[in-house]
Structure formats: structure tokens, C-alpha cells
Design a protein around this ligand. Structure first.
Ligand code: SF4
Length: 210
């Protein structure tokens, strides 16, 4: 596992993508970005995220009401995810009441339509707390690396989730987590580029061509 983490961190340092939400560790901005990133490509989020953050750079800049609601609708309709706009607005209202983005996992998951992915992403990228991010990208890379069949039940498989958790290094877990996402987008894609992959000598999927 140390080999995997080391290669992914190295990959990130050499090939990591730069997105506006990665520039500064800011829990509010990370929360906004991660809410937008669910079920869409990162490249598509750049414009609505930048527009929203230029209007509302911090939690303190938000004022609940019709204008904020409309800006939420505009952001999510441009992503083709208009149904998520209401949940996002409700989250912002809740955050305003408490005055901060929480760093405790349970409190983050109390926010409307926030699940394991956003919880972990906010903790890792927003607060620098070690946590395990599991999304489709992570599942694809880790399952292939261990030679496991990818299906809908894998995410709920305890043995697999423990494998994913134990792959997160004690240090450099922010770069590792960004790196896995970028590595899945560039190398371990749906059609993987095994011949140019830095993991190919030990990847069980590459060895068995599954
Ligand atoms: S060798 Fe192929 S399947 Fe294995 S991690 Fe690399 S790209 Fe993915």
C-alpha cells in the first residue's frame, strides 16, 4: 500500500490538475466546490464555482433570501443539476445558523443531501483532517489495483472499504486524495492506460488483464 500511495502522491506532484477550489484550503469554498462536483465533471464546475465564489467568497458574505436562492438555481442549472439547488440552498441556510462549516463527520452529514463523499472531501481538503474519500474514481483505481471485480456492491463491501481506508497515508493524504482523482481521470480511466501506468508492475488487474 505504501507503494501505491507513494506513486499516487508523485503522480499528483507532477501531473495534478489546478482548479480554483484547490488553490486555498478554505472549508466554505471546498464545501461549495464538492457539492457542485457530485455527479459532474470537474472541468464543468469551474465556471459556476468561480461565479458563485466571486459573489459569495465566504460564509459571512451570504444573506439568505430570494437573490441567494436564484444564484443557487443558476449555478446548478448550468451544471444540469437543478434539483440539487434546493439542497444546496438549505445547506447554506444551516451553515449560516451555526456560523461555520463543521469539521466533525457526523455534523457534516446532517446537512441536506450530504453523504460520505462530501463529508470526507470537506474534512480532507477543507480542514486537512485525514479521512477516506470513496467515489467512483477511487473505487475504480483501488479495485483494479487489488484485482477485484467492480460492481455496485463493492462500495458497501467491508473488506474493500477497509482496503481503501488503509491505503490513505498518514502524511500527504491531501495530495494522495487529489492524486487518486486525477490519476483516475488521466491514467486509470474507464479504458485504462496500463502501458504508461506507474502502478503496472504490481497492479493485479494489469497482470491478469481483467
Ligand atoms: S495498471 Fe492499468 S488497471 Fe492497474 S492501476 Fe494502472 S491503469 Fe489502472
Amino acid at each position: 500500500m505504501e507503494f501505491l500511495a507513494g506513486k499516487i502522491v508523485e503522480f499528483y506532484r507532477n501531473n495534478g490538475r489546478i482548479f480554483p477550489w484547490r488553490v486555498k484550503r478554505d472549508p466554505f469554498r471546498v464545501f461549495v466546490a464538492e457539492y457542485m462536483l457530485v455527479r459532474t465533471r470537474a472541468e464543468n464546475v469551474v465556471v459556476p464555482y468561480t461565479k458563485f465564489i466571486s459573489e459569495y467568497p465566504s460564509l459571512e458574505a451570504l444573506t439568505p433570501g430570494i437573490r441567494l436562492k436564484q444564484d443557487c438555481v443558476d449555478a446548478f442549472s448550468s451544471l444540469g443539476l437543478i434539483r440539487r439547488a434546493t439542497g444546496f440552498y438549505l445547506c447554506l441556510e444551516k451553515l449560516l445558523k451555526t456560523g461555520r462549516v463543521p469539521d466533525e463527520g457526523e455534523r457534516i452529514e446532517e446537512l441536506p443531501y450530504v453523504g460520505q463523499y462530501i463529508r470526507a472531501a470537506v474534512r480532507v481538503f477543507g480542514f486537512g483532517i485525514r479521512d477516506t474519500i470513496i467515489d467512483a474514481n477511487v473505487v475504480r483505481v483501488l479495485a483494479r489495483f487489488h484485482g477485484l471485480k467492480i460492481d455496485d456492491s463493492l462500495r458497501r463491501n467491508r473488506h474493500f472499504t477497509e482496503l481503501v481506508e488503509s491505503s490513505v497515508p498518514a502524511d500527504n493524504f491531501v495530495h494522495y486524495s487529489y492524486g487518486l482523482i486525477d490519476f483516475a481521470a488521466a491514467v486509470c480511466r474507464k479504458t485504462p492506460l496500463c502501458d504508461s501506468c506507474p502502478l503496472c508492475t504490481v497492479c493485479r488487474s494489469a497482470k491478469t488483464k481483467t
